[in-house]
Ligand binder design. Sequence first.
Ligand SMILES: [Fe+2]
Ligand SMILES: [Fe+2]
Length: 159
Amino acid sequence: MEHRLTLLRAEVDKLLFECSRSEIRHFFHHLYGVSKFCALLAIKRGVDAELAAAAGLLHDIYQITHKSAENHAEFGAPVAEKMLRAVGGYTDEEIAIITTAIARHSNKNVVHEPLDEVLKDADVLDHNLNSNDIFNTNRQTERYVKTLIELGCKAGINI
Ligand SMILES: [Fe+2]
Ligand SMILES: [Fe+2]
């Protein structure tokens, strides 16, 4: 039996491969990028890295399934829940943790639970380190610099 995260990735990949070429490029990069940053920050902060990786992988899923960014965090939570239940192996509590983080991830000016914050910071890291988004006006610079400093990247203070 394959690991549940591997099964979840396969489900996400199926959806991604139905997208246009530019969407495929963007979302593979971003979802897997955020998922990996989630794992890194979760390990650093003593949060469940596997659940964080799953949250990162699914956080923008609504944008893929519904082709809309509007309220995608909130609307994405039930989409993610459906996928987690279809994959199986996740308890109700784990599903609640993952989907809560997804629902809250656009609310970056508020501090929520540790796993929620891991997802928000991972999202900001990926946006800032992706050259396509480097001139994005919504870079969440304060959160980005704070995370860089936490990771020991002192040069980041001067961005
Ligand atoms: Fe998002
Ligand atoms: Fe995102």
